[in-house]
Write a new protein. Structure first.
Length: 214
C-alpha cells in the first residue's frame, strides 16, 4: 500500500490522534505558562533567584525523555497524567527565561513614570511591565509548544495519547507492509501540528500586541 492510499484509508484515525496530540500539548503549555510566568514574575528583580530558576528548569530539559517517562511509570502510572507532568517540566525553561528577560528589558523610565502616577508595585507589574514584556513571553511559549509537540510523541511509550502511538506501532513491526506508513503518518502529523501552532502564535502576537511594542 502506498503512503497516499494509507493516508486516505486511515485519515479519521490520524485526525483523532492529531487532536489528542494537540490537546495534551495545549494543556501542558497552559500549565507551564501559568507556572513559568509566575516564577519569572517572582524572581526577575532578584539576580540570584532568577539564575536559580533558570538553572533548575534547565536541568529539567536535560533529562532524557524516555528515562523520565520510565521513572514516572512507578510514580504516576500510565496514560496522559505522567505525559502532562513531563511536558510541563520540559516546557518551563523557555517560558521562565523569557519572562525574566522580558521583564528586565522594560524601560526603567516607564516604570518610574508609573510609580510617579501613584501605581502600586502590583499595578505596575500587571498593567505596565507584563504587557510590555508580553511579546518576549509569547516567544517563550512558542518555543515551549514546539518542544512539547515533539516530546509528546514519545509519551506513547507510556500509553500517552497522540500521534506517537502510530510511530511506536510502526517501529514495533518494522518489517510489516504498513510499518513505514505508520511512522511517516505520525511524523507528518506532528510536523503539520507544529506548523499550525506556529501560525497560531503569529496570529496571537498580532492580535494581542500593539504595533508600538512589536
Amino acid at each position: 500500500m502506498n503512503f497516499f492510499t494509507y493516508l486516505s484509508n486511515r485519515w479519521d484515525n490520524i485526525l483523532e490522534l492529531g487532536l489528542e496530540h494537540a490537546a495534551i500539548t495545549v494543556v501542558s503549555v497552559v500549565i507551564a505558562t501559568v507556572v513559568g510566568v509566575g516564577v519569572g514574575m517572582a524572581t526577575y528583580n532578584r539576580q540570584r533567584s532568577g539564575q536559580l530558576a533558570i538553572a533548575v528548569t534547565s536541568v529539567f530539559l536535560t533529562i532524557p525523555s524516555l528515562a523520565l517517562f520510565g521513572l514516572f511509570i512507578n510514580i504516576l502510572g500510565l496514560g496522559a497524567t505522567p505525559v502532562v507532568v513531563a511536558l510541563v517540566m520540559y516546557s518551563l525553561l523557555p517560558i521562565v527565561a523569557n519572562t525574566i528577560v522580558g521583564l528586565r528589558e522594560v524601560d526603567p523610565a516607564i516604570v518610574e513614570s508609573a510609580q510617579g502616577m501613584g501605581m502600586s508595585r502590583g499595578q505596575r507589574l500587571l498593567l505596565i511591565e507584563l504587557p510590555l514584556a508580553w511579546p518576549v513571553i509569547l516567544t517563550g511559549m512558542r518555543v515551549s509548544t514546539l518542544i512539547a509537540l515533539g516530546i509528546a510523541a514519545i509519551g506513547a511509550y507510556i500509553n500517552g495519547p497522540g500521534l506517537g502511538n502510530d510511530i511506536f506501532d510502526g517501529l514495533s513491526r518494522i518489517n510489516s507492509p504498513n510499518a513505514l506508513n505508520l511512522v511517516l503518518g505520525g511524523t507528518l502529523g506532528v510536523i503539520v501540528l507544529a506548523i499550525l501552532f506556529d501560525l497560531l502564535y503569529v496570529l496571537i502576537n498580532r492580535l494581542t500586541t500593539s504595533e508600538g511594542v512589536r
